[in-house]
Every structure is written in structure tokens, then in C-alpha cells.
Design a protein around this ligand. Sequence first.
Ligand SMILES: Cc1cc2nc3c(=O)[nH]c(=O)nc-3n(C[C@H](O)[C@H](O)[C@H](O)COP(=O)(O)O)c2cc1C
Length: 449
Amino acid sequence: MLKSLEALLSFTKIEKAIFENDIFEENTGDSVTFCKMLKTLSGPELNEFLSAFPQYYPLDEYRKEVEATSPVSNEEQAILDIELVEVAGRIRQKRMDLEENTIKVKKQIIQRREGLKAEFNHYYKVISDQSAEIQVPPVQKDVEGGAQVVKLPEVDTAIFTESDIFNCLNNRKSRRSYTDEALLLSELSFLLWATQGVQKKAPDNRFSLRTVPSGGARQPFETYLAVHNVEGLKPGIYRYLPFDHEIVFLFTVDDLKEKVSNAAFEQSFVGNCAVTFIWSVIPYRTEWRYTLDSRKIILQDSGHLCQNLYIACEAISCGTCAIGAYDQKLFDELLQLDGVDEFVVYVAPVGKARKSIQVIQLPDHELKKFCGVYWSESQLLKRTILFKEGHLYYWRSAESESRLECIGTDKFNFMEADATLTFSADEENLRMTFHGEGEPVIEFTRVEI
Ligand SMILES: Cc1cc2nc3c(=O)[nH]c(=O)nc-3n(C[C@H](O)[C@H](O)[C@H](O)COP(=O)(O)O)c2cc1C
């Protein structure tokens, strides 16, 4: 094997990751060299190389790139080999630099633990602006004159598809795939209220109690919305005005979805949704009272926002996912924030929840193995699994029969088409586990075939 390919194969896991990130993400041009080099391998050699090599980059993507590469002459191959050996050397150096830096960062990690601790002792050593009787800052940003304001419909629980709090909590999960359906304004209204809605306020709007708690009721956040697909709203950036339960249109952004996804480190679902919630913080609102403790309190506060969003989404068949991995600069720029007195702290895409159903492709005789009557001692239930028209069916009672379909990659993991019920079967032990969203896990044992 050529020297360069040998060098790449002997990479450590970390080196492979650096390599893949460098050549494919950073547009160094080395990906072309690499793919040209792969082009010189025969089919089986290429497969062997690829299966030993990639860590993050999907195999099919490599294959596509190699296919698109034009054939390489022997002379060119020799040059490529030298170039790629140099690349390998550079990657090794990067790994060593990384290791050196990691030793320093490990110390910082320990130091940063301090930021998790309460610092209320300082409270008595520092004169806070509150103690100095400096006027309390407002808890909602002003609206510029002439701005386009949209009154939100009053929150109406008639929109709930799930109003049982137990089910909302039990079903909550991070949902990263949404349908193309638009969010209704009534739904957006509910989600904004659930995350920042005002319950009580002082007449001067400098104090409010809301649907989320906040240290000292300082409510340091502003809610921005990247609206992509909300009924009746043109796409663009909006800001919530909790005191009047309105949103103000701020500006449009070209290619908004792409920019949002890009700012979330290419997590495409962050822009591929109906609306992206983007929370900024105005730290002074909290610092005015809590001085050095503010950082911890603000971060504690921010968790409440997103948790309320999760639960509220479950009530209206929507989904969300907390996003902490985002590019600070890009999001601040997107919202035109100064990054000092106000900056983004948390992001959450929202859309109608997609049921991730894929039909399992197993031969009939494999599927038939699961047919039978299953008994759950713990629940005193019998369930029948039938095979009909190439699919497994789950038979509950005389009136109810649901097709079981596969989710994920586990071949014995199925989902009921209309109710997000998953089941996994342990073929050897003739046991099945059913897990419905909102239902407890139930273990079944086969009692009859
Ligand atoms: C602070 C925070 C940041 C997160 N950031 C991301 C993120 O950037 N991308 C992502 O896909 N999920 C993110 N998540 C979601 C977690 O991966 C998820 O909550 C976790 O895997 C547990 O899954 P569950 O929420 O479905 O229970 C984040 C969650 C939290 C609380």
C-alpha cells in the first residue's frame, strides 16, 4: 500500500477525526487530494480502506466524492502520495498541539467549577446597584416607533391535543424532526406565553411575575423568533413583547433557515422547523441585584424557559430540542445584538412533531416468527401479533388493530402507525417489550403461537 494511505490508516481515533474535520469541513483542498488518492484503489481495496478509516464522515459521501473524481495517472499518483504524507504529518502535529492544549484546559475546567457555586457571600461585600438605589432596569426592551406589531391571540387551551400533565411530562423528549406544517398563530401564542407569559406586573413594567420563575424576578431574557413557517406571519426575525402579549417584526434575513442552521454548527433541524426560538440575555437585569452571582442565576433561569417550551410543545403535538451547541458570534450577528450588553444564551427549534416511521424490510418468514399471543403478568394483559399482507399487526381488541412499523435501526423495534408505540422483541426468549409514549413499559412473554 502507498505510504500516504498507510500513514492515514495508522492514525489514532483523534487523528482521524481531525483529518476528516480538516479536509472536509475546512475547505483546505486536501479532500480533493485524498479522493484522488482513493480513486487509485480497486473496489475491494477502497471498501477495506473506507471501513477501516472513517469516523464521522458517512461512507456513502466518500464513495460519491471518489466516484465524481476523474481517473489518476501513475505520475499524478506519486505526487499525490507525497502531498498526502505531508498532510498526515500536519495532522499528527495538530494532534500533539491539541494534547498540549488539553492539559492546560483541564486546569481551566476545574477552575470553571467555581462558576457553578453560589457566591452569595460576595453579596454582602459588594454594593449592588439595587442597594445603591439605582433605578431597576426595565424587563422588556422598548419597541422602536413605527415598528410592525402583531397582537397574539389570547391563549386558548382548546388547542391542546394533550392536556394531561402526566402525559406531557412523560412524553417529553428532544424532537429533531418536524413536518412541513405551518405553526398556527394560536400555537405560537401559547408557546410564547408558556415560556415568558406575564402573570402579574408593576404599572411601570419594571417588575413582572411570569410563567417561569427567575432569581429575584429579574427576568433577564428577551425572546427572539426566527419565523420560517407560521400562519399569517412573513418570515423574518421577531421579538416577543410579554407585557402586551404581542410580537414585533424586526427585520427579514435572506436565507434565514440556512443561516440559523449554520449558526447552530450545521444542525440542520435548528432552521428546518416552523419557528426557531432564540433567547438572548440582558445580564444587567440580574447583575443589578445579584452582582457576582448573576452568571449562575441567569443560567439556572434559562433552563426554565426551555423546559416550559418542551412541556408546552407536548401539549400541542409540537416538538422542540434545546440547543446549546451554537456559534455565539453568528447568532448575535443574526439578531444584530452587541454581544456585550445583550447576547444569545439558548436556542430551540419548534415544529409539528414528526412520527419517525419507516417500514421494516424483513422477509416474510422473519416477520412471521413474531406472531403469537403474548402475556404480561405485571399488567394482566394479552396481546396478539398477527402477520397480514407482508406486515406485522398488533391486535388489541376486537375493534383495534394497528400496523407495527420499524423505528430506528434496531430490526426488532417497531412503531404503531397511529400511536407511537414501540416494541422490541427478544426472539430467542420469546419476550416482547412494549413501550408506548405516555404508557409504561410492559413486558410480554409469548404463551401461544
Ligand atoms: C443545555 C442543553 C443543550 C443541548 N444542546 C443540544 C444541541 O446542541 N443539539 C442537540 O441535538 N441536542 C441538544 N440538547 C438535547 C440533549 O441532547 C437531550 O436533552 C438529551 O440527549 C436527552 O434526551 P431527551 O431530551 O430526549 O430526554 C441539549 C440539551 C440541553 C439541556
